[in-house]
Design a protein around this ligand. Structure first.
Ligand code: AMP
Length: 463
């Protein structure tokens, strides 16, 4: 008898099991253990799962299995399974996963998304495609050009549905749904749930099986989260310091704006840290190249905006940095979900400006229902308790990067860069009040502070 916790026990066909063995997967993740049998049974599915849980395989494997078993033939331009994703990167990633899992099956997967030539895609669509992965806009373009029809779709997946709604795709989704046969299997995956998602699920799904592998709106347990309170003007120096001292590789840094991402990538590159920026203004081939180099370890850091980062899937991404906190607290959950993926441990560090990000921090801590641990790095960070007590000296300069005499050197051996002076940061029971009398920070100056022998500025009683 097969033991329970195997892919074979879930009822998947031999060619899929072989592909999984080759991919090195031995045990189904919780979403796979629960989701695969539900999809194989043919009903609708509502899954609360964030990225990194193995959700892609939880729908790809049973879809491949069902299409393989069905006697139906796929006609040119008429896919039988449609997977909708919010971003190009995610579409490419899902397509790659489907190809990997289906490599021993005579089924074809293809992805259509914006930013690349429609012509090339149309040409590829002249051969039958069984599983189509698509972003909504480009899919509608193909339908209006007659290169695609959704009349044969048997299975629809909405992947990262919350993000699709955030990105304003609801009208496109409804248009797409109108072009499919009413009788089909629908699977909806979302990391977070609000009224809009519930309304969409209500109109799309019939008696869905429900799978909830992580408490909603809470962060992955495996991610070690911490934050540093640091004035905006010191964030760049602190980031360079952390990356260099702690030898961080494969760091995904989140920036709130495209412009900010570009600037930070330039600054890190100048500091000798191979970095690229990934955001919606970049040409598709530049995005693909950056992602590819990052995955292969040729880039140490990728600075990305929230939307661009959605499709990044790197096995065991070890480190996520929030260079700025997101305005939407749910995005924090998405961001840190990029690490601690499928069994791996991950770290998420947020650089929080006490002057203007405490409101976002409080909203995040409310959402995830926990206080994120504060870490101090002498010469850079602000002591939370002191924010409300005292103003920093006015003439302070940017901190020294190397051999900082009193700048609480962080130790690569120490998890999370907790200050090696014995301090483990603060563990406040309550989030502090916003901007209460904290001192104004003076920018480090145009010439930055990196490598300078300036005395570190001290805030309050840090160190
Ligand atoms: P996802 O949540 O679909 O974005 O997948 C997260 C990562 O986990 C991907 O890199 C997968 O290759 C990997 N993965 C998915 N399922 C398994 C599994 N059962 N065992 C090991 N790794 C997995």
């Amino acid at each position: 008898m097969q033991s329970e916790n195997t892919f074979a026990a879930l009822g998947l066909a031999e060619p899929l099991l072989r592909a999984l063995t080759e991919a090195g997967y031995t045990t189904p993740t919780p979403i796979q253990a629960k989701g695969i049998p539900a999809v194989l049974a043919g009903g609708d599915l509502l899954a609360a799962a964030q990225t990194g849980t193995g959700k892609t395989a939880s729908f790809s494997l049973p879809i491949l299995h069902r299409l393989m078993e069905s006697a139906q033939r796929t006609r040119t331009g008429r896919p039988r399974a449609l997977i909708l994703t919010p971003t190009r990167e995610l579409a490419a990633q899902v397509d790659e996963s489907v190809r990997t899992y289906g490599q021993h099956l005579p089924l074809r997967s293809f992805a259509v998304y914006g930013g690349v030539s429609v012509f090339g895609q149309s040409k590829a669509l002249r051969r039958p495609v069984d599983i189509l992965v698509a972003t909504p806009g480009r899919l509608l373009d193909h339908i209006s050009q007659g290169t695609l029809s959704l009349s044969d779709v048997e299975i629809l997946v909405l992947d990262e549905a919350d993000r699709m709604l955030d990105m304003g795709f609801i009208r496109d989704i409804r248009k797409i749904m109108d072009k499919m046969p009413a009788k089909r299997q629908n699977l909806l995956f979302s990391a977070t749930f609000n009224d809009d998602i519930r309304a969409l699920a209500g109109s799309l799904l019939t008696n869905p099986a429900s799978v909830d592998v992580a408490p909603r709106n809470t962060t992955a347990e495996r991610v070690d989260q911490s934050l540093m309170l640091v004035p905006q003007s010191k964030k760049r120096d602190l980031l360079v310091h952390l990356i260099q001292e702690q030898q961080w590789f494969q760091v995904l840094v989140f920036s709130r704006t495209k412009h900010g991402a570009d600037r930070l990538a330039e600054q890190l590159t100048r500091a000798g840290i191979p970095t690229a920026a990934l955001h919606g203004n970049k040409a598709q081939n530049a995005r693909t190249r950056a992602l590819d180099q990052f995955k292969r370890g040729k880039l140490q850091v990728l600075v990305a905006t929230d939307i661009a980062a959605r499709g990044i899937d790197v096995d065991s991404l070890p480190m996520v940095v929030n260079f700025e906190l997101p305005n939407v607290p749910e995005d924090y959950v998405h961001r840190i979900g990029r690490t601690g993926r499928a069994g791996a441990e991950g770290k998420a560090v947020s650089l929080v400006c006490p002057e203007n990000e405490m409101k976002q921090l409080r909203a995040i801590e409310r959402l995830i229902q926990r206080t994120v641990e504060r870490i101090t790095v002498g010469g850079y960070t602000v002591d939370e308790a002191s924010i409300s007590r005292q103003r920093p000296p006015r003439d302070a300069k940017a901190p020294a990067q190397r051999n900082g005499h009193r700048h609480g050197r962080t130790n690569p051996e120490q998890p999370n860069g907790r200050s090696t002076d014995g301090k483990r940061g603060l563990h406040p029971q309550r989030a502090p009040r916003d901007g209460q009398g904290q001192g104004r920070d003076k920018p480090a100056g145009r010439h930055g502070g990196q490598g300078r022998d300036a005395r570190p500025r001290r805030f309050g009683n840090v160190d």
